[in-house]
Design a protein around this ligand. Structure first.
Ligand SMILES: Nc1ncnc2c1ncn2[C@@H]1O[C@H](COP(=O)(O)OP(=O)(O)OP(=O)(O)O)[C@@H](O)[C@H]1O
Length: 235
């Protein structure tokens, strides 16, 4: 039997932490909004739990029965780190229910989720572009979440264009039976109107935007996130 180190959080600790995230209390409303729209633009305070929780909400709501839920990240370190965190929250090893694919490194199970494959997959924008080159319908996915879309990198802008076209094809007879493709674009408020217009008037929702009560704690959380998720250096 493996011994748990003192600092390693238990499943209950992680669930308690998840429940305290601002996005947790918005989950029912969010799932209703996702169900009602093919594309949803979601904004929320930084650290509110969008990247870690939204994919888990979609999984718990049954979206992964029809295919994986993919989440794109601009950077490799963030994709791997978030996959590890979400795997811990789901109490599974990375590469099983929760996995990732970034350039030069991947850990996921290729089988469809309903046959035991990876259901929640973190990928870089660049990796999703590669996948779209061989399967423009992105038929392995039932839903895709584009995170940090406000960064407007070339790769994430191209991803959005490809996703719009994949949605249109999957809506039509050219969809090859892949079914509809849900899309959640997560962005800072700055770019919301641009994304709503690009997705033909897609609704935008703002969750977890209450001003924080403890600024010091918010600052420490943000600094720790930057330390854990961003590569070394000024950028
Ligand atoms: N790799 C990680 N390791 C440990 N804890 C993490 C990790 N990633 C996230 N967390 C925890 O989950 C919380 C929510 O983070 P998450 O990335 O889901 O928020 P977010 O709303 O997407 O923030 P941002 O807009 O800054 O990306 C963090 O405050 C932190 O406590």
């Amino acid at each position: 039997m493996t011994k748990r180190s003192r600092s390693e959080p238990t499943g209950e600790d992680l669930l308690a932490t998840r429940r305290k995230l601002p996005i947790w209390s918005a989950r029912r409303a969010l799932l209703r909004e996702v169900a009602a729209a093919e594309t949803l633009i979601l904004t929320g305070e930084t650290g509110s739990g969008k990247s870690t929780q939204v994919p888990q909400f979609l999984h718990a709501a049954g979206y992964t029965e029809a295919g994986a839920v993919g989440i794109t990240q601009p950077r490799r370190v963030a994709a791997v780190s978030l996959a590890r965190r979400v795997a811990a929250e789901q109490a599974c090893p990375v590469g099983s229910l929760v996995g990732y694919a970034v350039r030069f490194d991947e850990s996921f199970d290729r089988r469809p989720p309903k046959r035991g494959g990876t259901a929640i997959k973190f990928v870089t924008d660049g990796m999703l572009l590669r996948e779209a080159a061989s399967d423009p319908l992105l038929s392995a996915y039932s839903a895709l979440i584009v995170d940090e879309a406000h960064e407007r990198s070339l790769a994430s802008d191209v991803v959005l264009a490809l996703l719009k076209s994949a949605q249109a094809r999957r809506r039509s007879a050219n969809g090859g039976g892949a079914g509809p493709l849900k899309l959640v674009v997560m962005s800072a408020t700055l770019e919301v109107d641009t994304f709503c217009a690009f997705f033909d008037g897609a609704p935008a929702v703002l969750h977890a935007a209450e001003p924080c009560e403890d600024y010091l704690e918010a600052v420490v959380t943000t600094v720790l996130q930057i330390h854990q998720l961003e590569p070394a250096g000024d950028y």
